[in-house]
Design a protein around this ligand. Structure first.
Ligand code: IPD
Ligand code: CA
Length: 264
């Protein structure tokens, strides 16, 4: 994909993320319209998730009809473009927070081209913060360049960790225990995409989770890399559809997180 085509897509992703955030926020004003259900234990779904994903896909498909789509709520739409461009969409990441009226949720959109994430946009609607990155062009928040933190001292570090029932409870407990023993403060904000965006802008020092899907992780991982941080090679094997472990951090903390997840 050439730079002008990528720039067009960045512009479209930024605009539709804001529209998506506004649509989701309108649902919050009417609790009856939210229709909160469970996909599984603690795996929340609301009517807003589907509506927001439909808005994003319809808008981007109209602009880029040959691109493919992979969304958390709608599955897959094949493309037909020459370079396998695929939009990877989480309409509301942090749905459990969203459904409770807690502010930690966001819209996350990535574009994968020939197996590599080239674009990532995350919109934190509650705080009106729009994060954007394209490969090689830095990470940006509301138009200002952001960088990962300079934290090197573990006693000053904060790492957000995620949990889902896709992985054993014990593995999560061990991860938290070891991080705390190493002196690192641990938070669990409940939105992986937002956690990664906050690593990119230096408000957190790292993010770790044993399994995420591509729609949770890809936009945020690109943001962290473009902000000068380190991220694991998520898109290996069948990770686009099956998901993978996710580790992202400042250069100083990355090896500590890798070792911790590997049980070293
Ligand atoms: C979840 C959130 C959560 C993470 C889970 C994800 P959802 O996505 O990102 O923070 O720990 O693994 O499934 O359900 O809110 O879209
Ligand atoms: Ca998600």
């Amino acid at each position: 994909m050439n730079p002008p085509e990528l720039a067009q897509r960045l512009h479209a992703a930024e605009a539709v993320s804001r529209d998506a955030g506004r649509l989701a926020t309108r649902y919050l004003a009417d609790p009856d319209a939210l229709e909160v259900t469970l996909k599984g234990a603690q795996d929340v779904l609301t009517a807003a998730d589907g509506a927001v994903e439909r808005l994003i896909v319809a808008t981007l498909r109209a602009a880029f009809p040959r691109d493919a789509f992979l969304g958390e709520e709608g599955g897959r739409v094949n493309g037909g473009g020459p370079d396998d461009a695929c939009w990877v969409i989480d309409p509301i990441d942090g749905t459990a927070n969203f459904a409770r009226g807690l502010p930690h949720w966001c819209v996350s959109i990535a574009l994968v081209v020939a197996g590599r994430t080239e674009l990532g946009v995350i919109y934190d609607a509650g705080a009106d913060l729009l994060y954007a990155a394209t490969r090689g062009a830095g990470a940006w928040r509301n138009g200002e360049r952001v960088s990962v933190s300079t934290t090197t001292d573990l006693a000053r570090a904060t790492v957000d960790v995620g949990y889902s029932s896709r992985t054993p409870v014990e593995a999560f407990g061990d991860l938290v225990t070891v991080l705390l023993r190493r002196g690192i403060n641990v938070t669990q904000c409940g939105s992986a995409a937002l956690g990664l965006a906050r690593v990119a802008d230096g408000r957190l020092d790292g993010y770790a989770e044993r399994h995420l899907f591509a729609w949770d992780a890809l936009a945020g991982l690109l943001l962290v890399e473009e902000a000068g941080g380190c991220a694991n090679a998520f898109l290996t094997g069948d990770a686009l559809t099956a998901g993978n472990e996710t580790i992202a951090a400042t250069p100083a903390l990355y090896a500590v997180l890798v070792d911790t997840l590997a049980g070293r």
